[in-house]
Ligand binder design. Sequence first.
Ligand code: SF4
Ligand code: FES
Length: 246
Amino acid sequence: MNLTLKIWRQKNSQVEGQMVEYKVTDISEHMSFLEMMDVLNEQLVNKGEEPVAFDHDCREGICGMCSMFINGEAHGPDRGVTTCQLHMRMFNDGDTIYIEPWRAKAFPVIKDLVVDRTAFERIQQAGGYISVNTSGNTQDANAIPIAKEDADLSMDAATCIGCGACVATCKNASAMLFVGAKVSQYALLPQGQVEAAERVSNMIKQMDEEGFGNCTNTGACEVECPKGISLENIARMNREFMKASI
Ligand code: SF4
Ligand code: FES
């Protein structure tokens, strides 16, 4: 395939960026989107030009690093996949592809397609953990009975990889799907009950301080989430917050 790429280039957060056009040739439909970006960068390096900066790590849909807005959709046109799992067979020969970074006030652009997502880490630090008695008298987790349905729902919430596609997709740049998943994974388990009230209050406070918007039930986050995190997690977080406030 031969493609035209229109890519957001921005030196750093202090200067304005712009879309720049590039051509790539001989792209195989079996390549992943990031492999196609590697081909482009190799061409740029060979010409003595600066390669396009983009985030990636596992390239297996696990780490949540490969944040890219492709043709107006977070992680591109496929469903239930991250950018690293997106294949070029989703595009046609001769296509023009627009590639941009996540756009949200709480995710400032560091360079080109790389954004600063440490706001998510600060939300996690505010309550995304449990305290465990390590005195030597620790209860075996397997000795605590947990209903199968609760264990499954908690596991589903725990599959959130913190990629930020929900924020990038939301017209309000809301982080409620992410925070809802992180609150839910503990709220559904007995181990999460000890600090439940403190956790939801602190994580929501941090979310607000970071400058994320509010949820207006549009549901775009659920559609674009590569891990299929359900809106039910936002409802559960709201219930937990109400309980904590009372
Ligand atoms: S909820 Fe989904 S889209 Fe949002 S950070 Fe988690 S995995 Fe990514
Ligand atoms: S590079 Fe890890 S999820 Fe894409």
